[in-house]
Ligand binder design. Structure first.
Ligand code: HEC
Ligand code: HEC
Ligand code: HEC
Length: 185
């Protein structure tokens, strides 16, 4: 109990700081030029051969966070059509299975959609090293996510950031879940 309470101020501090940075990123939809992104060498003459993010990403459905693209809409709407496999033998599997998480917390319930994930990912990206594939078998924590674990392995790194609370905490607690809904912890 004591250790749980000791962790709480840190969690609140982290949440306040991520919420503050979310407001900054929502100000405008713009991207740094490659020469100023701190990753590419501005003196490299072949830099001009690369497409600028502002040119490519501005054509994709807008989002207010991360790299300002709503990637799921881009995929489902056909704006992008990424290759699913390189080797012909690789089996691609998309499953439509929702699991409701955070069943005991005070914030809205989290609906975890397998479909939105398996459109991009393989089962082995998550099972079994990040999550055991059994509803209710994983003890998740927002604190761990903010430390880059669990959902935070991707959210904030390659998928929409943890500042987008409502995209995960998307299911009200005061209404019944769909019949037969799978529940985690
Ligand atoms: C990538 C999905 C995701 C995002 C984004 C996210 N959360 Fe969570 N959050 C979860 C999951 C899953 C749990 C369940 C962990 C558990 O059982 O305690 C959780 C648990 C929590 C909890 C503890 C349980 C409760 O409801 O009291 C709090 C507080 C919380 N989140 C707040 C936030 C806030 C505030 C934000 C935005 C700054 C946020 N979360 C963004 C997935 C997310
Ligand atoms: C992005 C991560 C992720 C990917 C990718 C993923 N899963 Fe899951 N899976 C989860 C999470 C999270 C749970 C819920 C665990 C919990 O409730 O503790 C889960 C639960 C499950 C369950 C349990 C359902 C039940 O009835 O208890 C099965 C089965 C499953 N996944 C199969 C798959 C298969 C098959 C694939 C690939 C086609 C896949 N998953 C891809 C994260 C993922
Ligand atoms: C292995 C990487 C990975 C992990 C782990 C992961 N996600 Fe995701 N998630 C993605 C990607 C990629 C997308 C789609 C791109 C985007 O929306 O940024 C996505 C999208 C989503 C969406 C958006 C669905 C929609 O309809 O808009 C939700 C909700 C979500 N994730 C919740 C979670 C929760 C909750 C967890 C932890 C239980 C989790 N994710 C773990 C990679 C991951």
């Amino acid at each position: 109990m004591a250790s749980t309470l000791a962790g709480l101020p840190l969690l609140i501090l982290l949440l306040v700081s991520v919420i503050a940075s979310a407001q900054v990123s929502q100000a405008a939809r713009k991207w740094l030029p490659l020469a100023a992104d701190g990753i590419h060498d501005p003196k490299n003459p072949s830099l001009r051969l690369l497409q600028e993010p502002a040119e490519s990403l501005s054509r994709l459905p807008a989002d207010t966070a991360g790299n300002q693209v709503h990637w799921l809409q881009a995929l489902e709407g056909g704006a992008i059509n990424p290759r699913t496999n390189i080797l012909p033998g690789t089996q691609v599997m998309v499953i439509d299975l929702d699991i409701y998480l955070n069943m005991k917390g005070g914030t809205p319930i989290v609906r975890f959609p397998h479909r939105a994930h398996t459109l991009w990912l393989d089962c082995s990206n998550c099972h079994q090293h990040l999550f055991v594939s059994k509803a209710g078998a994983n003890k998740l924590s927002m604190n761990a996510m903010l430390n880059g674990e669990q959902c935070g392995v991707c959210h904030g790194a390659v998928a929409f950031p943890l500042t987008e609370c409502n995209r995960c905490h998307n299911t009200p607690r005061n209404k019944p879940l769909p019949a037969g809904a799978l529940r985690g912890l």
